[in-house]
Design a protein around this ligand. Structure first.
Ligand SMILES: Nc1nc2c(c(=O)[nH]1)N[C@H]1C(S)=C(S)[C@@H](COP(=O)(O)O)O[C@H]1N2
Ligand SMILES: [Mo]
Length: 527
């Protein structure tokens, strides 16, 4: 089978940088066109997104943990940037390879196959998820052939064309100018398609507008915050965390766009009466407001992956009672629209604690990033085993039968939040004047309660801190301690004791597999 590219390298073959540029533009076309087509099907079917989501799902926990540690909430940006970097390198190589034979095109199709596989493995995938990648790759191959062909020897090898070259041969040859013009055009179209796709995707599923019109149900109010719960110490973490400052952790590269109209909650599995609720049906039930502190298992000692909000929602125990849970069911497997799952012990939901199907956060509809229109909140359990955002499915099952997202990746199947204490004030590596210094922070041991917090300066004896009033065992507790500071560098240490009488261990362990342990410390310079 003889093809034009099989011939020996043409005299006017495209130089390497131009060929590399052609490759990058072809890849950009795949992604841009794919993104646009995906907007019409499902934003999750976009090749770039599907690829990234697949990387996230297949990244070993250690690496992911390191990424979160390193980049914090910028981990997604870091992922996208590294993906873009790898892609540019690959695409450039494809372009250079394409100069002699259509090897680049063949490789592009093969890579397209990999992306296609990733797209089809998305949790909400239908066969239509193939379309964006197929159309994108087809467009990419056309662009690659076109740019390499045009750039190398004009319109084919026609002598007519070559004769034309010397006529306007300035510092830049006509074919080169044509190549650059074409490149600019292709680049503009590819970027335009991506932008149009983004815009269209957002328009078609107008979840922002839906959220704006969402009315948080009238609810039995949460017990009021007594004045002794919040201490007035500058720099101390607020007792209630504002929504825009609440930590965010999830695997979603693209926020799920689920309107309250499209939302349904299926309750099924080991139940007597499977249910399928929409919002109108949900709203006929009694809503409650509860103040609960959430914590992420990835929180390092002294870390910021914890927050308290006043949640409005429906008691999960009531919903499960309606469905009639079989006595052998010990796992509530919750699933989100984007395929995340969490395994919660049924007992933690039905033992009387305030486990909620939450729809409001601090008086507002849930922010989209925090699970709009509905999520779970279970006091006392780390988020990855309880706090499913964008929740659409509750399956009653058993721990010896099923595994949730992070358990499949090696994390513990069940994980109670470990007792923790943090120094907020003085700030890390602060310099303070000698004399009276206020030391303050928060401590938590959700659903057990904090009984004591102690502070140690260097190797001196531990001193009891003063605790703020306890709001409930399900929330963190602020504490302060007055330090008579002497000049020099000092290490402050903090440890908490929970209501079971257990004091935090000093043994430092990383978050994997069921939460970090150890005492938080801070080095402070006193002048
Ligand atoms: N759909 C979905 N829900 C999720 C997660 C996720 O990755 N996807 N992460 C969980 C984890 S690990 C935590 S700690 C909490 C964080 O909730 P927040 O982002 O509202 O603070 O959400 C949980 N719910
Ligand atoms: Mo988490």
């Amino acid at each position: 089978m003889k093809q034009p590219g099989d011939q020996a390298r043409p005299k006017h073959a495209l130089n390497r940088p131009s060929a590399a540029l052609a490759g990058v533009l072809a890849a950009l076309t795949v992604l841009g066109v794919g993104h646009l087509v995906a907007a019409l099907i499902d934003p999750a079917a976009s090749p770039f997104y599907a690829m990234g989501a697949s990387v996230v799902d297949h990244t070993p926990h250690a690496l992911k943990d390191a990424a979160i540690r390193r980049f914090g909430s910028n981990d997604k940006l870091a992922l996208f940037l590294s993906m873009a970097g790898v892609m540019v390198v690959f695409a450039a190589i494809l372009g250079v390879l394409e100069r002699r034979r259509p090897v680049g095109s063949v490789l592009l199709v093969l890579l397209g196959g990999v992306v296609l596989g990733a797209a089809l493995q998305r949790p909400t995938a239908t066969v239509w998820f193939a379309l964006p990648t197929v159309v994108g790759v087809a467009a990419g191959v056309v662009v690659l052939r076109l740019l390499i062909g045009r750039g190398s020897h004009g319109r084919g090898d026609e002598p007519v064309d070559r004769a034309a070259v010397p006529v306007d041969d300035g510092p830049m040859s006509a074919s080169r100018r044509r190549f650059l013009l074409l490149s600019a055009g292709v680049g503009a179209v590819a970027v335009g398609a991506a932008v149009a796709g983004q815009w269209l995707g957002a328009r078609l599923r107008d979840v922002v507008a839906d959220r704006a019109g969402f009315i948080v149900p009238r609810a039995v109010p949460a017990p009021p915050l007594g004045s002794g719960v919040r201490l007035a110490v500058p720099g101390l973490t607020d007792f209630v965390t504002p929504n825009d400052r609440f930590y965010r952790v999830d695997t979603a590269l693209q926020l799920p766009a689920l309107t309250s109209g499209d939302w349904r909650l299926r309750i099924h599995g080991m139940v007597d009466r499977p249910m399928n609720l929409d919002f109108d049906e949900l709203r006929q039930r009694v809503a409650v407001e509860r103040t609960i502190t959430m914590t992420c298992v990835s929180n390092e000692v002294g870390g910021e992956l914890a927050g308290t909000a006043v949640w409005t929602g429906y008691r999960l125990a009531d919903l499960l009672a309606e469905a009639g849970v079989h006595p052998e069911a010990d796992m509530l497997l919750s699933r989100s629209i984007d395929g995340f799952t969490a395994s919660t012990p049924v007992s933690a939901v039905t033992d009387g604690r305030d486990a909620l199907l939450a729809v409001g956060m601090n008086g507002e509809p849930l922010p989209i990033a925090h699970g709009y229109p509905a999520r779970l909140i279970v006091p006392g359990l780390y988020g990855y085993v309880s706090a499913t955002k964008w929740v659409i499915d509750l399956e009653l099952t058993r721990f010896d039968r099923d595994k949730a997202y992070w358990t499949e990746r090696g994390w513990a199947a069940q994980a109670l939040i470990k007792t923790a204490a943090r120094i907020d004030v003085p700030a890390a590596f602060a310099t303070v004047p000698a004399g009276d210094v206020i030391v303050a922070g928060v401590a938590w041991a959700q659903h057990r309660g904090i009984d004591a917090v102690e502070v140690q300066v260097d190797d001196q004896p531990w001193q009891p801190a003063t605790l703020a009033d306890e709001y409930s065992t399900d929330t963190w507790r602020q504490w302060t301690w007055r330090w008579t500071a002497t000049p020099g560098a000092h290490t402050l240490r903090v440890r908490a004791t929970d209501r079971d009488g257990i004091t935090q261990t000093d043994r430092r362990t990383p978050p994997f597999p069921d939460g970090s342990t150890g005492w938080h410390n801070r080095v402070i310079t006193v002048r």
